[in-house]
Structures are given as C-alpha cells and as structure tokens.
Design a protein around this ligand. Structure first.
Ligand code: GDP
Length: 401
C-alpha cells in the first residue's frame, strides 16, 4: 500500500471528447502508453532504450478499460498525476455524459484533421460549455490526405464560437507530416523512428513561426492584462510568461489552445500531455459550487461509475469534492440514507491497481466493497449530510452543507 504526499496543484482530472472516429480512443491509448514509457524508463526524448521499449511494447496494446485511469507526466521537473476519465462513447444528451463532465476539471477535444468540426463535436462542445469545462483542442490525423490545421481552427472559431489559439505549426503534410513547431518555446518537435526529439525550427518555417508567434502573443495579450502590460511596454514575453497567461485564459474558458498531430503515427502526443499539465486546471483552480477542495472539511464524494474489475470485482469510482475517504471508515450514502463501509481504495493504472489507504479532496479513486451505492449518489459525513447530484438531474443544482 502506498501513501502519497500530494499537492493538488499537480493533479489533472481530465476527459477526452470527440466526434466518433476522430481518434479519441487512439489518443487515449497513446497517452497511457507514453506516460507509462516515461515513468518506466525516464525521458523519452532520445536514447536507444526508449526506442527498443517502444518497439517491444507497442503491440501489447494498452487500452482504457477503466472509468478512470491514473497516469503520471513530468513537466519542467515536476511529476503530475493525470486522472483520465473515460467519457462515454455516445454523445446523446444523457445523464452519463453529463455526470462525467461534472466529475472532470478539463478536457481535450479531439478533431479529425480532415473532417474538422463535425456534428458530434458541436454536441460535446455545447455540453462542456454548459458545465464550464476548460478545453484544449487536438487536431488529429495530420498524416491523412487533406488534413488542414488552419481550416479546422477556422471551424472551431466559427462553428463553436470559441477563441482558438494556434499553438503549433505542422512540419510537413499528409504522409510527410513529421512534427510540429511549438510557437511558445520556438522549438520543433519531431519523431524520427518514433523518438520524440526536440530540434531547431526548420529554416523554411522560421519566418512563418515568427509571424504566428506574434499573432499568438497578440491574441493572448488582448485578453490578459498582465501580458498586455508587457506587450505595450515593448517587452518580449518569456515562454513562462506566455504559458502563465494562456493558463489563466484557458482555465477561465476564455480561449482554447489548439495542438495538432497524428496519434496513430505516435506524433504529437507528448506536447499534448505537456499542454494538459500547463494549461488545464487542477482541482484547486476550478471554481465549483463545491468550494475549494479541503481535506479537513467533512467528506463529500460523488459516485460516478460502477464497474466490474477483472481482478477486484465490483468497483465504485468516486470523485472526492471535500474531506477524506478512508479505507475501513464508514460514510453516509445521503441519497439512500444508509451507512456504507468504505472498503479498499485503489488508483487504477493502465496495467495495474495500486491500493491506497485513503484519498483526499480533488481526487478520483475506485472503492471496493460498496454494497448499496449506485452512480449519481453521494457519500458523505453522517454529521454533515449533503447531496451533490440533485434528483431532478440534469438541472445543475448542487447543495452544500
Ligand atoms: P474514436 O471513435 O474517436 O475513439 O476513434 P478511434 O481512436 O477508434 O479511431 C478511429 C479510426 O481512425 C481508427 O481506424 C484509427 O486507427 C484511425 N486513426 C486514429 N488516429 C489516427 C491518425 O492520427 N491518423 C490516421 N490516419 N488514422 C487515425
């Protein structure tokens, strides 16, 4: 059993949303794959070890089989915990989709680089709008004939009414798609033989990159006072200052940064993971009706999915909004007005299950042994009863004790 000292600033509870066939599953699988690789062999930037590992492991096929999968990603020397929440494949206006949106703090929206914004992309976008879920976009399938990042960005602006920020320029196109120029750092990410390598911007793209970076900084400055002050003062903002401004605007759902790649060809996923960490909110950033997550407050947790695990049997996935969930303790199911004993608590990873003794506010974990709790029900402190999801769902009414 592990006990982790956790800082909520390093937690990201995210979902992936897309029109069917845009590459949601492929992107999620690659995220699990690359986070697993980086954890097991360190940085994946170079080295034959990484390449061997990729070759050996690729065909094992990691798939999301869980309602929430925990993985880790290090950015600027700090390891972050990513809880990847599986949003249902169907995009009807259903309770299940809405429940997932309520549980996550941010999302990656995947588009097909050829088809752009499709009808279901609009549906999921509106649902996320309704719940105020901050988003970053991933224009996938850049290796396909006819893929066009800028057309897709135009559709995001016009059809979704968003303020898209072009964060990258593609290097090469279609079958010759090689990688991306990162407009904030002014570096290029390429994947020769699958290896994630950071290099100088190719000479023929240098002028374009300068222009697009200026456009990016200008758009961000228009919406962010701190950056505007620098801009007006004639100071060229540092990458850190640009990151910070984009983070503020993304968390507030003012802008949506747009990235591109080809999940299937293993290109673009590592920068996307960096972006998840850099721009999507931690549980502390999200202004929810539940208030700031506090481990010392009375327990309130929402059961959002029940699954049968191959190894562990019935598991109830919960998002803890306040307080701590402790294995062996009891909690009140406020909807049924019955006490439940909290069994073992797990973090579910792509390949294994990690038992933890307790979990705190902002976290998403799986609990074994809950007999009476079904999805949508609240577990809370018996002395402070609270119902997180109202019975007349989907009206977003939240009661806090
Ligand atoms: P989902 O329905 O959104 O989960 O989409 P999938 O991940 O199942 O992908 C749908 C199809 O598109 C599959 O045949 C994938 O192999 C393919 N696909 C996914 N990503 C890419 C990509 O980057 N390039 C190309 N050419 N095909 C892709």
């Amino acid at each position: 059993m592990t006990t982790t000292v956790r800082s909520l600033t390093t937690v990201r509870n995210i979902g992936i949303m897309a029109h069917i066939d845009a590459g949601k599953t492929t992107t999620a699988e690659r995220i699990l794959f690359f986070t697993g690789v980086s954890r097991r062999i360190g940085e994946v930037h170079d080295g034959a070890a990484a390449l061997d590992f990729l070759k050996q492991e690729r065909d094992r096929g990691i798939t999301i089989t869980s309602a929430a999968t925990t993985c880790h990603w290090t950015v600027d020397g700090t390891e972050h915990t990513l809880n990847l929440i599986d949003t249902p494949g169907h995009v009807d206006f259903t309770i299940e989709v809405e429940r997932c949106l309520r549980v996550l703090d941010g999302a990656v929206t995947v588009f097909d680089g050829v088809a752009g914004v499709e009808p279901q992309s609009e549906t999921v976008w509106r649902q996320a709008d309704r719940y105020g879920v901050p988003r970053i976009c991933f224009v996938n399938k850049m290796d396909r004939a006819g893929a066009d990042l800028h057309r897709c960005v135009g559709m995001i602006r016009e059809r979704l009414g968003a303020v898209p920020l072009v964060m990258q320029l593609p290097i090469g196109a279609e079958a010759g798609f090689e990688g991306v120029v990162d407009l904030v750092s002014g570096r290029a990410h390429v994947w020769p033989d699958d290896r994630h390598t950071v290099v100088d911007v190719p000479a023929d793209l240098a002028e374009d990159a300068r222009r697009w970076r200026a456009a990016l900084v200008e758009t961000v400055a228009e919406h962010d006072e701190e950056l505007m002050d620098l801009y007006l003062g004639g100071t060229e903002p540092s990458p850190e200052q640009v990151h910070a401004a984009i983070r503020r605007l993304t968390v507030a759902s003012v802008v949506t940064p747009v990235f591109c790649g080809s999940a299937y060809r293993n290109k673009g996923v590592q920068p996307l993971l960096d972006a998840v960490v850099r721009y999507l909110p931690s549980p502390l950033d999200v202004d929810t009706a539940h208030g700031v997550p506090d481990d010392d407050a009375p327990l309130s947790a929402l059961a959002f999915k029940i699954m049968t695990d191959r190894f562990l049997g019935r598991l109830t996935f919960v998002r803890i909004y306040s307080g701590r969930l402790v294995s062996g303790a009891s909690a009140l199911n406020s909807v049924k007005a019955r006490k439940e004993r909290i069994g073992k608590i797990y973090r579910v990873h792509a390949g294994d299950r990690e038992e933890i003794g307790s979990a705190g506010a902002g976290d998403i974990v799986a609990v074994m042994g809950l007999k009476r709790t079904t999805t949508g029900e609240t577990l809370c402190d018996a002395d402070h009863p609270v119902i997180l999801e109202s019975m007349d769902f989907p009206a977003p009414v939240i009661e806090v004790a």
